[in-house]
Design a protein around this ligand. Sequence first.
Ligand SMILES: *[C@@H]1O[C@H](CO)[C@@H](O)[C@H](O)[C@H]1NC(C)=O
Ligand SMILES: *[C@@H]1O[C@H](CO)[C@@H](O)[C@H](O)[C@H]1NC(C)=O
Ligand SMILES: *[C@@H]1O[C@H](CO)[C@@H](O)[C@H](O)[C@H]1NC(C)=O
Ligand SMILES: *[C@@H]1O[C@H](CO)[C@@H](O)[C@H](O)[C@H]1NC(C)=O
Length: 456
Amino acid sequence: MAAHKLTAIRVMPSKDSGRRQQQLLRLCSAFPPFLFACVALWFFAFLFHHSTRQLIQTSESVIVKQPSDQLKESGAHEDLGAFNLKQNSTPLEPERKDPTCDFSKGKWVRDRHRKPAYDESCGDIFKGWNCLRNNKSNAKDILAWRWQPLQCDMPQMNATLFLEFFKNKRIGFVGDSLNRNMYVSFVCSLKEASHKVRKWRPVGADKALTFLDYNLTVAYHRTNLLARYGQWKAKEAAGPLEKLGLLRGYRVDVDVPQSTWAEAPLFHDVLILNTGHWWWAPEKFDPVKTPMIFFEKGEPIIPTKPPEEGLDMVLKSMIAYVEQRMPAEGLMFLRMQSPRHFEGGDWNEGGSCHRSKPLTEEEAKTWFALSGKPGPNVEMSKANLHLEKAIQGTKFELLNISYLSSLRADAHPSLSAGKLHEDCMHWCLPGVTDIWNDMLVRRLLQLQQEASDNKI
Ligand SMILES: *[C@@H]1O[C@H](CO)[C@@H](O)[C@H](O)[C@H]1NC(C)=O
Ligand SMILES: *[C@@H]1O[C@H](CO)[C@@H](O)[C@H](O)[C@H]1NC(C)=O
Ligand SMILES: *[C@@H]1O[C@H](CO)[C@@H](O)[C@H](O)[C@H]1NC(C)=O
Ligand SMILES: *[C@@H]1O[C@H](CO)[C@@H](O)[C@H](O)[C@H]1NC(C)=O
């Protein structure tokens, strides 16, 4: 079984190098001054493509013949090591096997031939996010951009391959509506490969699909703060909060998960958590009229804490909660903050996002700089500081989708969501969260591979 997995993953680079040649050609035609260098480069890529194919085939046959416990000594790894080394020598080579390839940094490249993994007919897409159906003027254009990481390629997920490798597994997205956006993108992509599904709601999930041919379950658990919260009102004048003059607010139990996902760590094999937007939502958690009031072990924390300190406490205890309950081989991710793109005011102040193409790197810098003018979107950078800190020394991994998303001011539903205000926070589907899932899938396959290597 392990040997089978290895071959399937290793076969892919040869297909890819063909695509790389095409990319190279496209790049070359875009930059005539470099034509000569390009022709030379293309020639090498051509040679490499064919030698790689041979190499892959030999290592494949080695793997299939060898019993799995001899894999390490078989030379198959050394072959691939050499393969990676060669790849490093040209800028467009993917480092498929190299876990150090950083997908977070790169640029959006115009690609009119790019096809999204699914289309507007996916029934799981929430109405307001279906920009193609809702005739958003640039809905098709949003899809004609490919994420190009700096040192490697970011291929679209292969849903069939993923379903095969994650048979009998359970994957839970836990978080706010931006994680729901990611969940929808994920199940729409998988349904293209296998549409026999059962809809159900296991252990508090808001939605879930089981892909029956593979017994793979993907669920979404709705929770805004991760921690349990509810309205709080002053009762007895002698109470510790009442003595501080508090009349009403929201009680947030920093050490108690919301019931919608409390059982998720025992159920799922993979968890993708997020929280963020709600910690900077004064229209609900008004710092004066209805502040967040933090409780620990059932008692109010006195003196009271500002939301950002509450967020640290919540992240710390929710991460510990998950770690204590997930099985040893469980995979835990914290998704970094999804950027908003309101211009000219916040969502309730007439803010809009009428962009027709991605922001430049420079533009994004000014939009999201922590040191810059505090705008409606700076929460991304703020939230990320807390998330980064929270996973230090834990088994959680960050899904760093912030930068690539921060450039996509063009990819929100905007007015097409059909609301009174513009939606410059969620993402059109198909759209940007598809790339988040491509990243997630790459990482999951890699981790599964590592786990099976370690078992050998
Ligand atoms: C996330 O990715 C961006 C772009 O590569 C990078 O600048 C940032 O430091 C990364 N953050 C973390 C926590 O890895
Ligand atoms: C989008 O355009 C199509 C074709 O013009 C039309 O039939 C459909 O009603 C429009 N949808 C919305 C939500 O306006
Ligand atoms: C996806 O994976 C399946 C199963 O491994 C394979 O047969 C198929 O060719 C792959 N598709 C692409 C586009 O790579
Ligand atoms: C389906 O997968 C679950 C674990 O996710 C497992 O408990 C169950 O036995 C599997 N069912 C079948 C029919 O294999």
